[in-house]
Design a protein around this ligand. Structure first.
Ligand code: PMP
Length: 407
């Protein structure tokens, strides 16, 4: 077989569909984010403003986080030196887990090398080891949850996105003696909508199901201490497992679950994605702890974040630029075509140094391609002016093309 030909043909297929991913090569400028340097294909360096980062609060450059990381790096060295079980458990990991358990009001926490791994490892372990388990998974759950569930080989049913009546119906069909695991998110990353968490919990409690929520796009951002949407709604103690990332609003890297001591011990003891992987560098754990501690106390970042989001939305509305009207901080500007989304994104970068990555299939369904704008507290009024004016300019230039698309 000509393996190289197989690779090329499939990559060409992606290019033809407009779904071939091209990296924007950046160097984030600590201390001046959302400013960054970008290396062009021609080797030029361009100054850009980033409008699509998941470092939602700019904590990746917060002095407390950087100081904690520098200090831990000097004290503990670069890597953890092993898996958690074989020499890799650093005091910093233990402190971080205690901080996370406290954040979510749970008995314990367990950290992983990413949010992806935490979902994959925890869900595959729970679903494969709970007796005769049936998993009920929201139709728009993240790839890491889907892969974890798939790997468990447990029976799985998808409930229509955020449709509690459908979840109830599916749970009613499960034989009473079987374990039931319900997995869903709080803020959905691409549409920015928020799950009806209280109603989901009501149904799960009625059927005796174990509940697993992914708060990756909410931790640090919502709730009085940054515990996520469940904290904001006072629902944390009704959820069995709260999963989150340290790589988005907390600005560092890593993932975690928080739950009862027993459940965390169970995942710790059986999950291969935890057991057989090198632990996070201690400096990363120290940076994450500093970030969480700061956001438990400080409201400034959250308040300004929501203010920036509101202003961007109002400005887009005033200019008639369609964006999904959701209650979260994620602003999807709908384009509806992969080539157009890329063209608009390239134009914003080349002409205005504005970086918004186009989001295409399979991340979102075909025909719903979009620009996903994520304002942060460090975007200034001037940045917002430049963003909306540039989008408005390209939007009117594209009007004709969009009419053709709609026809
Ligand atoms: N869950 C959701 C909903 C996500 O969007 C992501 C990342 N995009 C993850 C989990 C994985 O988190 P991480 O980036 O920390 O691996």
């Amino acid at each position: 077989m000509n393996y190289e030909l197989v690779f090329s043909e499939q990559l060409d297929g992606l290019r033809e569909a407009g779904n071939y991913r091209v990296f924007a090569e950046l160097e984030r400028q600590a201390g001046s984010f959302p400013r960054a340097k970008r290396w062009t294909a021609e080797g030029q360096v361009q100054d850009v403003t980033v409008w699509c980062s998941n470092d939602y609060l700019g904590m990746g450059q917060h002095p407390k986080v950087l100081d904690a990381m520098h200090e831990a790096l000097d004290r503990c060295g670069a890597g953890a030196g092993g898996t958690r079980n074989i020499s890799g458990t650093n005091h910093q990991h233990v402190l971080l887990e205690a901080e996370l358990a406290d954040l979510h009001g749970k008995e314990a926490a367990l950290i992983f090398t990413s949010g992806y791994v935490s979902n994959w490892a925890a869900l595959s372990t729970l679903a494969s080891r709970l007796p005769d388990c049936v998993v009920l998974s929201d139709a728009l759950n993240h790839a890491s949850m889907i892969e974890g569930i798939r790997h468990s080989r447990a029976e799985c049913h998808r409930w229509r996105h955020n449709d509690v009546a459908h979840l109830d119906e599916l749970l009613s069909q499960v034989a009473p003696g079987r374990a039931k695991l319900v997995a869903f998110e709080s803020v959905y990353s691409m549409d920015g909508d928020i799950a009806p968490i209280a109603e989901i919990l009501d149904v799960c409690e009625k059927h005796g199901a174990l509940t697993y929520i992914d708060e990756v796009h909410a931790v640090g951002l919502y709730g009085p201490r940054g515990g996520g949407v469940a904290e904001e709604l006072g629902l944390m103690d009704r959820i069995d497992v709260i999963e989150g990332t340290l790589g988005k609003a907390f600005g560092v890297m890593g993932g975690y679950i928080t739950a009862s001591k027993n459940l965390c011990d169970f995942v710790r003891s059986f999950a291969s994605g935890f057991i057989f992987s090198t632990a996070l560098p201690p400096a990363v754990a120290a940076g994450a702890t500093a970030s969480i501690r700061h956001l438990k106390e400080s409201q400034i970042e959250r308040v300004r974040h929501q203010n920036r989001v509101k202003i961007v939305r109002q400005r887009l509305d005033a200019l008639g630029i369609p964006h999904l009207n959701n209650p979260s901080h994620i602003i999807p500007v709908m384009v509806g075509d992969a080539h157009h989304a890329k063209m608009i994104s390239d134009w914003l970068m080349d002409n205005h140094g504005i970086y918004v990555q186009p989001i295409n299939y399979p991340t979102v369904p075909k025909g719903t391609e979009r620009l996903r704008i994520t304002p942060s507290p460090v975007h200034t009024d001037g940045d917002i002016d430049r963003l909306v004016e540039a989008i408005s300019e390209i939007w009117s230039q594209c009007a004709l093309a969009r009419q053709e698309l709609a026809a």
